[in-house]
Design a protein around this ligand. Structure first.
Ligand code: ATP
Length: 261
């Protein structure tokens, strides 16, 4: 089942073109990676996908409904189907972890307080933070903050989860733990997960589809799973990025100066 379809999307800030010719669709249960070098427009695309930025041209459909052709009431209904983990985890510092996780349940469900707290405890247990429910964000580590942010994003069961750099700044063990949790969320809920990340090991481990945005041509230059693109991509930029190689110098470019001793 197709949850999200992007058709000929063009993104601009004023006159400045960021990317164009973006088309892809995301099926239920897919982990979809938005890839590309720094500044190519990954976060901008994510902000379009969650309804924060309007396309300069093109369409974004959720289960066949064109978001930007809908009225505000319909858009609100569609947005209720999104879970979001921001790069900073964006937890409310004045609230405990339990209160942070209860917040979306208060906003988007009719559960009473007791039921909300029970659900919040369930997801905190899931991400391994049940015993920290009364801690404040300032009292926990970066990795724990990310897991708390994930708990908040999945507290209301949603078909689409958007994650912006979930493992940025985490040590390899915390990062692996978060990857496992993301796969577990997909397994348990069948949600599609859209992920922006620079962390290659993480992308290679968990994403089964994706798109590669190119900063130079300002359009996507590859589409497929990161593993498949690493092994088979024809485009040198994509291969270099996914294999962590230096991009090939254009023909005729001067050789780099030898390192001084
Ligand atoms: N609000 C804004 N107004 C104008 N330009 C912006 C705005 N936000 C981002 N940009 C520009 O759009 C381009 C794409 O930025 P974006 O943050 O989407 O890239 P990115 O691929 O996510 O980068 P990184 O990997 O470094 O986080 C950049 O050149 C950035 O300067």
């Amino acid at each position: 089942m197709t949850l999200l379809t992007v058709r000929d999307l063009e993104m601009r800030f004023g006159d400045r073109l960021i990317q164009r010719n973006i088309s892809f669709s995301i099926e239920r249960g897919t982990v979809f990676a938005i890839m590309g070098g720094s500044g190519c427009g990954k976060s901008t695309l994510l902000r379009h996908l969650i309804g924060l930025l309007a396309p300069a041209a093109g369409h974004i459909d959720y289960e066949g409904v064109d978001y930007w052709a809908s009225d505000e009431a319909q858009r609100m209904k569609l947005r209720a189907g999104f879970g979001m983990l921001f790069q900073s985890a964006a937890l409310w510092s004045s609230m405990t972890l339990l209160e942070n996780v209860c917040l979306p349940l208060e906003q988007h469900t009719r559960l009473n307080r007791e039921q909300r707290e029970a659900r919040a405890r369930e997801v905190l247990e899931w991400v391994g933070l049940r015993q920290f429910e009364s801690y404040y964000p300032s009292d926990i580590s970066g990795g724990m903050k990310k897991r708390a942010g994930l708990a908040r994003a999945i507290a209301v069961e949603v078909p689409l989860l958007f994650l912006d750099e979930p493992s940025a700044g985490l040590d390899p063990i915390s990062s692996k733990r978060l990857d496992d949790l993301i796969l577990d969320v997909r397994e348990r809920t069948g949600a599609a997960v859209v992920i922006v990340s620079h962390e290659l090991p993480s992308l290679l481990a968990i994403a089964d589809d994706g798109i590669f945005l190119d900063a130079d041509s300002k359009q996507p230059i590859a589409h497929g799973s990161p593993r498949q693109l690493r092994d088979d991509a024809q485009h040198p930029t994509v291969r270099a990025f996914l294999r962590r190689e230096e991009p090939a110098a254009p023909a005729g470019a001067p050789l780099p100066a030898p390192a001084s001793t």
